[in-house]
Ligand binder design. Sequence first.
Ligand SMILES: [Ca+2]
Ligand SMILES: [Ca+2]
Ligand SMILES: [Ca+2]
Ligand SMILES: [Ca+2]
Length: 291
Amino acid sequence: MKLSLIIQNGSLSGQKFELTGGFLTIGRSENCAVRFDPANERIASSQHAFIEVKSASTDKIVPGDYDGDGKTDIAVFRPSDGVWYILGSLSGFQAKPFGVNGDIPAAADYDADGKTDIAVWRPTNGTWYISQSTLGLKDYRWGTSGDRILTGDYEGDGKSDLAVFRPSNGVWYILQSSSSLPLYRNFGTNTDKPLTGDFDGDGKSDIAVFRPSDGNWYLLNSGTNSLSVYPFGFSSDVPIPADYDGDGKTDIAVFRPGNSVWYRLNSSNGAFNGRVFGQSGDLPSPASAQP
Ligand SMILES: [Ca+2]
Ligand SMILES: [Ca+2]
Ligand SMILES: [Ca+2]
Ligand SMILES: [Ca+2]
């Protein structure tokens, strides 16, 4: 929790103060004091200070190419009002109501027209609700409460498949879009972080997990059906796989919140890359970010 203070009037009007803990004194005569205790989420003030407290944003980052111009668009899903706010690189700003509070955003290209479709998965009934940009509305029940959704094109027909990972049994349940046939794979454990991406570059999404307990990435390459293991990252790292070097293969990458460094392993040449970007409390947002 962080305290954000904005002075509303007087000689300091418009000034902003941010506190993550401790004591702050405001004013020329130092007659206004605020104490903030984040552990107990308590705020106290003297001299009748007016306090504005902003809680952390609950928006979910949902980048995608919604307008199909080949550029990723900035977008968020706001659970509190069920609205998608999209800043299209071609189409500009739009706000589209789709989904309700509690839904998990599942934006992907389900009808293979090159545009990301607005979609949500509802844990309470295991149903996917998809607003396909060309083929229209579609809903389908796949998965159950407690599952983790992982959109991707696992059989390579260009359409994103409905896919969930069930932590309780370590099974991936994939509904292949081309044949409507299910594909089940036992891969991963309860405490793994399930991931997907095309790590071997064959045009099909690969099943993968990051295991915080040993810092290993376990990849099931779709091209050869073989296992690859890469030690990369600490238990507290956030896995952020994406194709950073642009060779068509997803690169292994993590964001380390403690020092705001993006670390990655380039798939093209195996080179290690570390770069500071962002600050404490930021959410990393590669184009492949999974909510
Ligand atoms: Ca775009
Ligand atoms: Ca597919
Ligand atoms: Ca692949
Ligand atoms: Ca790459």
